[in-house]
Design a protein around this ligand. Structure first.
Ligand SMILES: CC(C)(COP(=O)([O-])OP(=O)([O-])OC[C@H]1O[C@@H](n2cnc3c(N)ncnc32)[C@H](O)[C@@H]1OP(=O)([O-])[O-])[C@@H](O)C(=O)NCCC(=O)NCCSC(=O)C[C@@](C)(O)CC(=O)[O-]
Ligand SMILES: NC(=O)C1=CN([C@@H]2O[C@H](COP(=O)(O)OP(=O)(O)OC[C@H]3O[C@@H](n4cnc5c(N)ncnc54)[C@H](O)[C@@H]3O)[C@@H](O)[C@H]2O)C=CC1
Length: 433
């Protein structure tokens, strides 16, 4: 335990940096310079960022890009994307432009139900617990009313509470399985507060009137929200798929559909296929200040809902029409969390026309579908490397600290030559000889 420290959290930001420099960087002042050069010169803004999390030492930048030309349900959007990977924003933009000329994207929210659970054990008779739950259910809801009254005023709140018997899976294990409408909030804190109140009421009332020991294990929302579902799709006549990269639309459509079918049946491919979808989804989720871990966990659980991990998108060709769609669960907020705190999140939400959570679900789903379309279009035509490496070129040049003049010459060179890491290394070495 050479580098263990007690009371680190109580140190000031400067003291934390001092400790890191002394412990890991041999008091190297260039490391301090690196960390401090990312501070914002606006002290108030810096403090805001410092206070988002704990033990903050500096800021960690991600680029914020935008993808214009997204026509969604007849409204045109420019979509904000925060992401570190090159070619994602370009791919989204290209897919948006392509579908803009073919009627755009259609998206609909199918349902908005969120879930939370109180997990508990009960050692008595099942029937006694069932009767007890029936009598206590209305009190569970009424005791939570101080928490729910504002949400109810807006039209949301608790939808239902069920008692679920899980004793087949684990001895004495039961749940209160509760459903919620949280409107424009992602709802985690609201749901958790309700659940902890349910647990308190359950325990207190059980002590008064239930035979047998009831113990609360934990109360927490579920990030698996299969009933908070959105669908996005594109469709057009096969012949309308034609463009400069697609000389033979019929063959393209068949090959594209085959690529989706492979992801539907083959988990190794499905994971990469869905990663491509998440390129778009995570970038918008991050840019709009939402919880990407919650979204990731829920989406991948949904991809395995039938017992086998599969594609989140699907494709059909019927009566000469190509249709490509995505259906995913998304618990998003346009109020709460960071949404009204992070200045760039506010900027991103304003750019999207201050969407409701429902609108944001549609936008995010479309970004995922567009991303998957762009990736599959490349994969089934030119291959992924051509476009991806064209975008990645600047990162390789920066790795070699290319000067502006070297960059200009090499970008020209690679307009007609294929970009690979070794080809760039070779070209740069040649130039520097
Ligand atoms: C990369 C492109 C877009 C090039 O495509 P291109 O045809 O060479 O691009 P272009 O120069 O002809 O430009 C056409 C349009 O593309 C967009 N575009 C083009 N360049 C830029 C740029 N610099 N900045 C912003 N937007 C750009 C932009 O919309 C532009 O229109 P314009 O703005 O000129 O009117 C294309 O090859 C493509 O879509 N490739 C797919 C890339 C991709 O999917 N990347 C994700 C990373 S790979 C991965 O993680 C996922 C994967 C692939 O494994 C998933 C899977 O396996 O399914
Ligand atoms: N497992 C998970 O996913 C967990 C996530 N979290 C975090 O919780 C945060 C999200 O929690 P929230 O409860 O959404 O945020 P929050 O705690 O900021 O609450 C949002 C509040 O906004 C109010 N509100 C105002 N206008 C509203 C409208 N039109 N619709 C709905 N509510 C409105 C409501 O009182 C609502 O409770 C995220 O930061 C997330 O990372 C926290 C615990 C666990």
């Amino acid at each position: 335990m050479q580098n263990a420290i007690s009371g680190f959290s109580k140190l000031s930001k400067t003291q934390k940096i001092d400790w890191l420099l002394e412990t890991y960087f041999n008091n190297d002042e260039s490391s301090r310079k690196l960390v401090t050069q990312y501070f914002n010169s606006d002290e108030k803004l810096q403090k805001l960022h410092d206070e988002f999390i704990e033990n903050t030492i500096t800021n960690f930048y991600l680029p914020l890009g935008v993808a214009p030309n997204f026509l969604i349900n007849e409204t045109l959007y420019t979509i904000p994307m925060a992401i570190e990977e090159s070619s994602v924003v370009a791919a989204a933009s290209k897919a948006a432009k392509y579908w803009l000329e073919r009627g755009g994207f259609k998206a609909e929210v199918i349902s908005m139900v969120k879930i939370g659970q109180v997990h508990f054990t009960y050692a008595g008779k099942k029937e006694d617990l069932l009767n007890f739950f029936t009598t206590v259910k209305s009190q569970l809801i009424s005791d939570a009313s101080p928490i729910t009254k504002n949400m109810e005023r807006r039209g949301g709140g608790i939808l239902d509470i069920e008692l679920r018997d899980k004793t087949e899976e684990l001895d004495h294990y039961y749940q209160l399985h509760a459903t919620f409408e949280t409107l424009d909030a992602m709802g985690a804190n609201f749901i958790n507060s309700c659940l902890e109140q349910f647990a308190e009421t359950l325990k207190l009332e059980a002590e008064k009137s239930l035979e047998g020991q009831l113990d609360i294990i934990m109360s927490i929302l579920s990030n698996y929200v299969p009933d908070c579902l959105v669908r996005a799709e594109v469709r057009c006549k096969i012949e309308d798929l034609k463009d400069k990269d697609i000389p033979n639309p019929g063959a393209f459509a068949e090959k594209f559909k085959q690529a989706v079918s492979i992801a539907e049946v083959e988990p190794h491919r499905a994971v990469t296929h869905n990663k491509g979808i998440m390129n778009g989804i995570d970038a918008v989720v991050l840019a709009t200040g939402n919880d990407f871990r919650a979204v990731e966990a829920g989406v991948h659980a949904y991809a395995s809902k039938d017992g086998k991990y599969t594609s989140l998108t699907h494709c059909s060709i019927d009566n000469g029409e190509f249709c490509f769609w995505l259906e995913i669960p998304l618990a998003l907020g346009t109020v709460g969390g960071l949404t009204s705190l992070h200045p760039l999140v506010k900027f991103a939400l304003q750019m999207l026309g201050k969407p409701s959570a429902k609108d944001l679900m549609k936008i995010v789903a479309v970004a995922g579908l567009a991303q998957n379309f762009a990736a599959l279009k490349s994969l089934t035509t030119t291959g992924i490397q051509q476009g991806h490496m064209k975008m990645h070129l600047m990162n390789i040049l920066n790795q070699f600290e290319a000067t502006e003049s070297e960059k200009t010459q090499l970008v020209e060179h690679f307009k007609i030559n294929t970009v690979t890491h070794s080809a760039v290394v070779e070209a740069i070495s040649k130039m520097r000889k």
